[in-house]
Design a protein around this ligand. Sequence first.
Ligand code: ATP
Ligand code: MG
Length: 267
Amino acid sequence: MSSDLQPGNTAAARAVPPEVLMSLQDVEKDYVTEAVTVHALRTVNLEIHRGEFVAMVGQSGSGKSTMMNIIGCLDRPTRGRYILDGIDVTHRSNDARAVVRNRLIGFVFQGFNLLPRTTALENVELPLVYRGVSAGERAKRALKALQSVGLADRLHHTPNQLSGGQQQRVAIARALVTQPPLLLADEPTGNLDTRTSYEVLGLLQDLNRKNKITIVLVTHEPDIAEYATRIIGFRDGRVRLDQPVTKRRFAADELAKFEAELEERSA
Ligand SMILES: Nc1ncnc2c1ncn2[C@@H]1O[C@H](COP(=O)(O)OP(=O)(O)OP(=O)(O)O)[C@@H](O)[C@H]1O
Ligand SMILES: [Mg+2]
């Protein structure tokens, strides 16, 4: 018998309206180790609508990455249900979840995860290789994705020939090349300087607004969370805060302010 078939999972899934992209229903996650059992998520109920830009915040160890792994179909809840795009993925096999993931989700991890000694174009083509897209079509789509992140002039650079921000943009292009409706980003501005952070945040805001991509971003910086439309705060594995961003920041404005201040200082 599958270890997933636990008593808490026998409850029927609650109905999910079409505008809801992700529905987490009484989701709990335990990590069982020899010494202790960690309750990483405790009875989380959340609905995220199509088109939202959500920032997940919380102290180290509060459950953010655990949450991302579950909503990204990389891991399964111990109890409760997860409905993604109308599909109850709670009990799906690893292979079935990989199919769902391929179709629906782009990931941007901290540290970029780009292949070294491989050009920007080839890095971005990679998800299409796994999908069996022809070489010509791959190059065409990868070029378009790199253009959309402003890197048309760096196609043949390898990661070590790119700045941190450019590497992050390659990672975003790679996440987008399959045109997924959902983008998950764990600390996407983690290692970036101020200017580059604004550029990456601006890119995410554009993708959300113009391309209608739903974004879930993890950050430990309260400032960064204000670029989203909704903030969900975790503490000890529970949702402790869930509110719309009232005074939203826009990266384009912040960048202009930043440039003006620099100019003033150097004058
Ligand atoms: N594979 C694992 N095995 C056992 N415990 C784990 C495992 N992964 C995470 N944990 C524990 O679960 C809790 C939540 O971890 P999680 O990685 O979700 O935190 P986080 O909010 O992402 O923290 P950070 O901001 O440091 O990345 C922590 O107490 C952590 O020690
Ligand atoms: Mg984490």
